[in-house]
Design a protein around this ligand. Structure first.
Ligand code: UDP
Length: 323
């Protein structure tokens, strides 16, 4: 029994698994290890090493589970522009298989990892669940399609579900779990510092107070706890919204992040200025009020703690960190 976490060997999924364990709920993992690590799965947690496109493996992994947290997916928005079909296969085709197998196995509860990328460039300073979705990449589109799949499967097959739209997830809840994404700000800056290179700022001519992009950074352990709260709500048959924004209501600029990293690491670097990275909106910050009301969502960590836990995990990773 318990909950199946797809993508549970990845940076975010492995934190979700630990949050379930901390709440005394059994968890199992299905992960193809394409971006995850089997070392991220705690001892004693069953791991099925398979892609969601492997229907037989999905069917076997669903045996006896109460519900699913669907974290697995292709997560690089920029790359998805060049590889849209791969992104749709991983995020849409795989999800159709998961939902079909859940329906056939009678597993009727699902918490979905959606994304701020569903909004694209919002025309408001503070995004809410009512803000229009206008994704600007196949990745953002694939996450929005995921939300539609849930709505339709709910109506047709009685699936109980919610989608959690992540904003910028950073930090580490335990020093063993690091974010090795080759495209995101924290891993790229740390990688530069570890290898004696200078961190880069992509664009300082945005329409923001200091000219660099503003994002809503949230700590991965706080994020993980929201999944448990959502699962418990689904399990208790309590009312739940189809979508929650997991934002903090507060934005930080890239330059502010660089300053915090300099303070925390003690490395006196001066970032290099580079041209804008295509597709980066000026600012995206969300209120998390709805999630606070229903999912006990709150930022228990400061930006300082986000940087220091992420840096600690990066340093501890040593040779385990992918080249
Ligand atoms: N960024 C940067 N230097 C880097 C990596 C990222 O200036 O080495 C910027 C990026 O342009 C964006 C912000 O940091 O404005 C956050 O980027 P990330 O890829 O982490 O998240 P996104 O908001 O794009 O999902």
């Amino acid at each position: 029994m318990g909950w199946l976490v797809t993508g549970g060997a990845g940076y975010i999924g492995s934190h979700v698994v630990r949050a379930f364990q901390a709440a005394g709920i059994e968890a199992s993992v299905l992960d193809d290890l394409s971006t995850g690590f089997d070392a991220f799965v705690p001892d004693g947690v069953p791991l099925t090493k398979a892609t969601l496109l492997d229907r037989d493996a999905v069917r076997a992994a669903l045996q006896g589970v109460d519900g699913v947290v669907h974290v697995a997916g292709f997560k690089y928005a920029g790359v998805s522009v060049q590889q849209p079909l791969h992104c749709y296969e991983q995020n849409v085709s795989a999800m159709v298989i998961l939902l079909q197998e859940m329906r056939d196995a009678g597993v009727d509860k699902l918490v979905f990892s959606s994304s701020a990328a569903t909004f694209g460039t919002p025309d408001v300073d503070l995004v809410t669940e009512q803000t229009a979705t206008r994704p600007e990449s196949p990745y953002g589109e694939s996450k929005l399609i995921g939300e539609w799949l849930l709505k339709d499967a709910g109506r047709a097959h009685g699936l109980q579900h919610t989608s959690l739209r992540y904003f910028n997830v950073v930090g580490s809840g335990t020093p063993e779990l690091f974010d090795a994404s080759p495209h995101n700000l924290f891993p790229l800056v740390f990688d530069a510092l570890v290898n004696g290179r200078t961190p880069k700022i992509f664009g300082d001519d945005y329409n923001t107070p200091d000219g660099t992009c503003v994002r809503d950074y949230i700590h991965v352990a706080d994020l993980a706890e929201a999944h448990v709260a959502a699962a418990l709500r689904l399990a208790a048959g309590e009312s739940i919204e189809p979508v929650y924004n997991l934002g903090s209501g507060a934005g930080s600029s890239v330059r502010q992040i660089m300053d915090t990293i300099r303070d925390v690491t003690g490395i006196p670097f001066e970032p290099e200025m580079h041209p804008r990275r295509p597709g980066d909106p000026d600012q995206i910050v969300a209120t998390g009020e709805l999630a606070a009301r229903d999912l006990d969502w709150q930022m228990r960590h400061t930006l300082q703690q986000m940087v220091s836990t992420a840096w600690e995990a990066r340093q501890k990773a040593g040779d385990a960190y992918p080249a």
